[in-house]
Design a protein around this ligand. Structure first.
Ligand SMILES: *Cc1c(COP(=O)(O)O)cnc(C)c1O
Length: 424
């Protein structure tokens, strides 16, 4: 290294704390040895990880660039200003707040900006594909607000827009929310906007899952339609584990005040610097190509699993994830997750729409292509992965020593050797 830089000194960490250094190494080994198909995960770049491991972590910077409560903010001000300008340019947004610590924190700020306790929000219910922060009883969102849930159509298994409209007229929500964690299809933002306007609601999009596809111009953007868009930066987007919000100019002050001081304290300046790096990455042609390939791969995976009797809900996907109904092969979501894991394939059980099983068992799995696409895999590899998943979950028993688990793991090893995560 030619420039003196403190941080990311693994040798020093290993010498001082072999316990934690060991965990860092074995996690890298875990990432490299299996297939990561969790739809909300990805593998951020060494550049992003370097910014995260920097001395910017030390700085207290409550407030916003040029308006801080502490001295010494000249350098972190630069980082945050760059992050804000890049986010605005990337998404064509009037305003950006890059301080939310996570997706849930970003969502908390949106509630804080537009709602008071007891106000009504209309959002997709969790078992239909929504998120914990969209009004479930175990979350602040359902404890402090009156949350009404909409779902999907039984036939299409996609968002039931007529139901959304009916519930909006009936309940007159303060905020109408679109987005979720298990929605394989693109969302009709124009339709949502029209419904919100009809009842005088704020239209909020939680784009946590798919914002990376928007950044890569691979699917339509919610930004022109929504009053406010919250998102995570670590899913398809491939940045640091964090969150952000973009909004119309008229809501800028309300959003900024809700993030700080209403909901958060000091911002994590190292993470904000890492978000700036990530936004720069996302503006490149390589990232656009990546986003397009993520969708092609998810579609191939959905199709190939479907051909083996593992039915994709809605008949497929337009995005980075698909949801699969396992009832046709007589395996539960919980068993599928365990059997795949034993075979070196990491995916998650997931409720399917109108799921007859309990949430901790579930009748489905959710698979996503962001990580394997980052590793450089294409549609041919997705066909093989579908075959491996099918074999593991129909013939395995969850024991890593079972012959089927061993055989599949050997094929997974071969595949990840050709497409390594974090190549040496
Ligand atoms: C992941 C996710 C979140 C929460 O993000 P965290 O960073 O885990 O807090 C919020 N909303 C949706 C739709 C998500 O998928």
């Amino acid at each position: 290294m030619t420039t003196p830089f403190y941080g990311s000194d693994f040798d020093a960490l290993e010498a001082f704390d072999p316990d934690i250094a060991g965990v860092l190494l074995s996690e890298l080994g875990r990432l490299r040895s299996g297939l990561q198909l969790i739809a909300s995960e990805n593998m951020s770049s060494p550049a992003v990880l370097t910014a995260l491991g920097s001395t910017l972590s030390n700085k207290y910077a409550e407030g916003y660039p040029g308006r801080r409560y502490y001295g010494g903010c000249s350098e972190v001000d630069k980082a945050e200003t760059i992050a804000i300008e890049r986010a605005k340019a990337l998404f064509g947004a009037d305003h950006a707040n890059v301080q939310p610590h996570s997706g849930a924190s970003a969502n908390q700020a949106v509630y804080g900006a537009f709602m008071s306790p007891g106000d009504t929000i209309l959002a997709m219910s969790l078992p239909m594909g929504g998120h914990l922060t969209h009004g479930t009883k175990v979350s602040f969102s359902g404890k402090w607000f009156n949350a009404i849930g909409y779902g999907v159509d039984r036939q299409t298994e996609d968002i039931d827009y007529d139901e959304v409209e009916r519930l909006a007229k009936e309940h007159r929500p303060k905020v109408l929310l679109a987005g979720g964690s298990a929605i394989p299809r693109t969302i009709d933002f124009a339709r949502f906007r029209a419904i919100a306007d009809e009842v005088g609601a704020i239209f909020w999009v939680d784009a946590a899952h798919f914002i990376g596809l928007v950044a890569g111009k691979a699917i339509p953007s919610p930004v022109p339609y929504a009053d406010v868009v919250s998102f995570t930066t670590h899913k398809v987007l491939r940045g640091p584990r964090s969150g952000a919000i973009v909004c119309k100019e008229e809501h800028a002050k309300a959003i900024d005040k809700a993030v700080f001081p209403m909901m958060q304290g000091g911002p994590q300046m190292h993470t904000i610097a890492a978000k700036a790096v990530n936004f720069k990455e996302c503006a490149t042609p390589e990232y656009a190509q990546y986003a397009t390939q993520v969708i092609a791969n998810a579609q191939q995976l959905a199709t190939s699993l479907g051909e083996r009797g593992i039915r994709p809900t809605t008949g497929g996907t337009d995005t980075h994830l698909s949801l699969h109904d396992l009832q046709g092969i007589g395996v539960t979501g919980a068993d599928a997750e365990k059997r795949a894991d034993a075979a070196g394939i990491v995916l998650n059980k997931n409720a399917i729409p109108f799921d007859p099983a309990k949430p901790n068992i579930a009748s489905g799995i959710r698979v996503g292509s962001p990580s394997v696409t980052t590793q450089g895999m294409g549609t041919e590899e997705m066909k093989l992965i579908a075959e491996l998943i099918h074999t593991a979950i129909t013939q395995g028993d969850g024991d890593p020593e079972h012959q089927v688990a061993r055989d599949v793991r050997a094929q997974v090893s071969e595949l990840v050797e050709r497409f390594p995560a974090y190549p040496r």
